[in-house]
Every structure is written in C-alpha cells, then in structure tokens.
Design a protein. Sequence first.
Length: 617
Amino acid sequence: MCGIVGYIGKNNALPILIDGIKRLEYRGYDSAGIALYLGNKIESVKAVGRIKELESCLQTLGVCERADPEGLLGGLGIAHTRWATHGAPTEANAHPHTDCQGKIWLVHNGIIENYIQLKEHLISKGHKFKSDTDTEVIAHLFEDLYEGDLLATLQKTLSLIKGAYGLVLIHSDHPHKMLAAKMGSPLMVGLGDKETIIASDASAIINNTKQVIYLNDGEIADINRENLKIINSQNEVIDKKVEKIEWDIEAAQKGGYNHFMLKEIFEQPETVKNSIRGRYIIEDGKAKLGGLDNFTNKIREIKKIIIVACGTARNAGLAGKYMIEEYAGVPTEIDYASEFRYRQPILDSQTAVMVISQSGETADTLAAVREAKEKGALTLGIVNTVGSTIARETDAGVYNHIGPEISVASTKAFTSELAILSLLTVFLGRQRKMSLIMGKRILEELEILPKKIAKILAADKKIKAIAKKYKNAKNFAFLGRKYNSSIAFEGALKLKEISYIHAEGFVSGELKHGPIALIDKNMPSIFIAPKDSVYEKNMSNIEEVRARCGKIIAIATAGDKAIKKISDEVIYIPKTLEMLTPILATIPLQLFAYYVAVLKGLDVDKPRNLAKSVTVE
C-alpha cells in the first residue's frame, strides 16, 4: 500500500526523506507529502501525483533551501507516498496530517475502522477536519488527549483506535523526538550512525543502513537523538534483535532496463536458481528445506493441506495443488485469502494451512494465518520478505530469496513460488510414497529449468511483434488445462493489470459451458497447450475456437508442428516435466503483457489503481 519514511539524526532530513519515498513509490503513487521541522515549527508540503510533483512544489516554496542541517539542529521529518483508500487523491487527503494547531504531524498506513465514530465525537468537541481520510482522526484524537507526554498520549490514542496502522509522528514542541507504532501494517527501524530511519519497506532504508529492527504488532518505537526504546503492548521496554538486510541497493535499481518489470522478467533464470539453490540433494531424490526442519515429523502426519493466497500468489498455489495431489498424494484445497476465515474452514491438528505472500504483509493472508493458528492447524509460509509479519507468525516456511520485486505486477516472485512449490512437492512426496527415481527426475529437471527460461527470454523480439499485432484488441481469452489452468488465470491477470485490456482466464474444458459465446474474430484466445497429458483435449478446444473465427495464439512445446497448422501465432517453450511447464509457460505471457502495455504508452511499473502490497482488507 502506501509508503512511509521518517528521519531523525545529524543530517539534513529532506534529501533522505525524498530518496526514501522515491524508492517506495511503487507502493503508492497518487499523492505524496512531507513534514519537516524548520527552526521552531513544522512545515508541510503536499502534492497530487508522483514524487516529482512534490519535488517541484518544494522548489517553488523554497523549502529545499531552508532545509539546512544547521537550522534544523540536525534533521527531523516524515514523508509519505499514498495509495488512496479513504478519500480521493487530493492535496488535502495527502499525508502527513495534522491537528487543529498544526503541532502534531503524522503519516499512516492502514485503516482505522472506527474513524467515523471518533470523528463525530471530536467534531462535537470543536475539532475542525480538513480531509476525508481516516488518518486525520488520529492527529485530532492525539491533540485532544495531549498533556505534554508524547509517549503516554500515543498509548492512550492507540487504545481508542480499532484497525490497522503503521504510523510515525512528530511534534513541534519536541524537535528531538519521533514516535512510531505498528499494528497490522509493516514498519521497521533502520539504525545508522547517529541517525534513525523509520520506513514501511527496506528499500527506503538500504541506501543509509542495512541494520534494522522489525517492529511487531503492539510495539512502539520511542526515538530521540541519543537513544532508541522499543515498548511492547504491556508497556515494557524490550530488547529487540538487530537484523541485517541481505541485498544491496543495486537490486532495487533498474540496471539499464526501461522498466523494473522487464528487469524482473529477465532476472528469472537467476531468481529461480536462487530459490532452489542448496535446497535439494539429487542423488537422494530429496528436497532439503531448512525452514521446515523443526516440523518434519508433524508435516509427515498432515492429512490435508489448504493453500491460501491472493492474486498472483493464489495462481501459483493452484498449480501447487495439482503438484502436491499428483506427486505427494496429499488432498489439497486452494482458497482465496479474502474468503478463508469467512467460510468457517474445517481445520484441525492434521491440517496444514500454507500461505503464499511475496510481501509477507498481505492483510487477508495474515488474517488467514491467525485464523488457522487459532483453530490448531499447522501454518506454513512461502514469503520473499525476510522479517515480514507473515514470516514471523507462521510456524515454519520457506523464503524465496529473490531480492526486492519493485514492479507492481509480480513476475519473478510468481516463478519463484512455483519453484518452491515443486520442492515442497518432492519434500512431501518423499515422506510418503514418491520413489527415489521420481524424486531425482523432478529435481534434475528443476535444476536445468533456469537455462530453459533463458532460452524463452531470447525470443522476446518475436513476442514483442505478436504484442504489436494484437495490442488494440479490446478483449482476450486465456485458456489452459490441468497445471496450466493456473497460467491461463495468471496470463489474464498480467494483461489486465498493466494494459487495462479486459482479459479472462478459463479452464479450457469449460469453454463449451458458456465462455465460447464470447468468441468471435475480434477476441483473440491465448492457449497454453504444451505436449502433456491433456494435449489432445487442448487441441480440440483450439479447433472449437477456430471454427468460430477466433484468432489463436498458442504457447506450445518446441517442435510441435501440428499446433502451428491450427494457430495464428505460436510461441514455443522447451520441453519439461508436465508439473514444471507452468514455470516456462508463464514467461512468454509476462513478456506479451509487458510489450502490449509499453506499446500502448502505459506506465508498466505503476499501473493505475494498484499498489504492490495490499496491507488492508
């Protein structure tokens, strides 16, 4: 969702804050704002649109010149880049928000569920509101309760709030102090040389320090220029482990590519390799997943798995369901995280709830983890972000190890998740009835998959030419069967996310049960039809579309001449095991979506109305 940065220390706060929110712009980009302590008061500048609009306003108002570390007694400020939830993207609704007197300033990610009641109460006491946001309520409530002690007032304020928050606040009467609090929305503390940076994402910190403390729910960071205290929900000062960010700033830069999305697509040979590196023993036909070591025996006793995720992660889970049931023999369900706890799932100690989340902060998925734990199920996670809430709250899990994914549309995280699900399938299968030969066969093929991905990427010019030919289509159908039904859903999702073209993913076998009514010469169909156990069925479906004058783009196994005769376009992928075809089949669809969007002149990395991490329900 939105991006938060706060700074207190010896340096000029302004450039650090601007650099930080620029690195977080992929999390929210409809408005931005900054509040700086200048002399003896706090001044704020806000702008609608991207960070560059905020920078322009800062120059016009002369704030850049006045943000002098000598005048600031060091540096103190907060900044925010927004993805709107309550209230349209306007200057008034942009963060930071303040109270009636302009003394307390704060930035906030999350949702205050009881803000309407609080707002009505505060208005009745004479408070004047300037925005439509839920966040402004926090500032006025703080003002109403304030008696001189910042920490005590924040604790009282938070006790009256229901909902999720990651917030940072400063007060003009306390130029040497900053407070931060977390409940359900990510927040971390970066520890530098006589400076502290608060942020909602490591990308905003990494340029200044790699030493971080991850806040847990209910914790408050009380920061001044001399020291840092972490207070838990029992009002106890606690020692927190300082952790190290393992990736470098270069990983969050474009590296010569026009967009982060294209860079991340082309990183996939390496990221798939990183996801599986050191996690298998081919000669034993076994997967070696260190994050599961303490629960190996419990996992052996599991009778049912429920995979829970949202969006792209859910599509990965759908392919994982096929893998686990076919090769490990464990009954597996797949559920939308947003629906999981509302359908009264039947859980017990022999059920594993496996959640997938790139950010590790997805609100619906986190809620599913907590519901599963409440009902006694084992919780497992596949997460990219080390130190994230889901990584900490699941019983066990596996990290992706792919570095930051900046583009809003997920690509490398998806193929990494599929690779890890393949390893999990071997892990589960070898605990049960999977033979040594089958385990070795899967792992040998998984090991050489990065080279096959690179071969597909080498054909990107052909894919770009196909995208140019079809970029003006208004609707697309994506179709696949068995393992590749998940890729049909994912291909459609990628195209609609970044090109704004209406696209639907269908299970090919459902074509005759309704969707075929949509087919005509103006609606291209993209079939994922490798030579696998359902190849002939897919060929029949292609013929059905062809008979209705539909244009056909096929994703097919290299050397397949038959499919070329009945398709308008064919994109070939190397042959692999059926269970691993989704990893290869998704690559051309990612490139197709990317080039369609670029050729339409759209902002690929920051598609409208979307944000990278959805940390509210």
